[in-house]
Design a protein around this ligand. Structure first.
Ligand code: NAG
Ligand code: NAG
Ligand code: NAG
Ligand code: NAG
Ligand code: NAG
Length: 116
C-alpha cells in the first residue's frame, strides 16, 4: 500500500513535469515573515535564467533561525522556474535559493522566508 501511494505520487509528479513551487521546513503561526522577494525575468530565446535569492542580503546580518522557506510560482502553468535550496535553510540563519527558468521562459516566482 505504501509502495502504491509512493508510486502514485511519483506518477503525478511526473505528469506535472516541473515542480515550480516548493517549500522547506515548517511554518509556525507565530513565525515572522522576514523576506518576501518577487523574482520576475522576461524570457530570453534559447536561454535560461539562473537567479539566486540570498538571505540575509549582502551587508545585512540575521541572527534569527529560519523555520520555513516557500517558493510560489506565479505563472501557475507549466512554465515556472525550478527552485532549489543551494545552502542554508530551516534551523539555520541563512539561505541561498536558486531559481532556474526553463529554456526560453521567464520567471515570475515569489520567495518567502520565515524566522522565529
Ligand atoms: C509555535 O509557537 C508557539 C508560540 O511561540 C510555541 O508555543 C510552539 O511550541 C511553537 N511550535 C513549534 C512546533 O515550534
Ligand atoms: C507575475 O504574477 C503576478 C501574479 O499572478 C501578476 O500579477 C504579475 O503581473 C506577473 N508579472 C509578470 C511580469 O508576468
Ligand atoms: C505561462 O504563463 C506565462 C505568463 O502568462 C506565459 O508567458 C507562458 O507562455 C505560459 N506558458 C504556457 C506553457 O502556456
Ligand atoms: C530542525 O531542528 C528540529 C529540532 O532540533 C528538528 O526536529 C528538525 O528535524 C530540524 N529540521 C531540519 C530541516 O534540519
Ligand atoms: C540552462 O543553460 C545552461 C547553459 O546556458 C545549460 O547548461 C543548462 O542545461 C540549461 N538548463 C536548462 C534546464 O535548460
Amino acid at each position: 500500500m505504501k509502495f502504491l501511494t509512493s508510486f502514485c505520487l511519483i506518477v503525478s509528479l511526473a505528469t506535472l513535469g516541473w515542480a515550480a513551487s516548493a517549500s522547506w521546513g515548517r511554518r509556525n503561526s507565530s513565525d515572522y515573515l522576514m523576506l518576501r522577494e518577487n523574482v520576475v525575468r522576461t524570457p530570453i530565446r534559447n536561454r535560461n535564467w539562473s537567479v539566486n535569492v540570498d538571505f540575509p542580503k549582502p551587508g545585512q546580518i540575521n541572527r534569527r533561525t529560519i523555520t520555513a522557506i516557500f517558493v510560489y510560482d506565479r505563472f501557475t502553468n507549466t512554465s515556472g522556474a525550478m527552485p532549489s535550496l543551494w545552502s542554508g535553510g530551516p534551523n539555520l540563519t541563512f539561505a541561498n535559493v536558486n531559481l532556474r527558468s526553463q529554456t526560453s521562459r521567464g520567471i515570475n516566482s515569489t520567495v518567502e522566508i520565515y524566522v522565529k
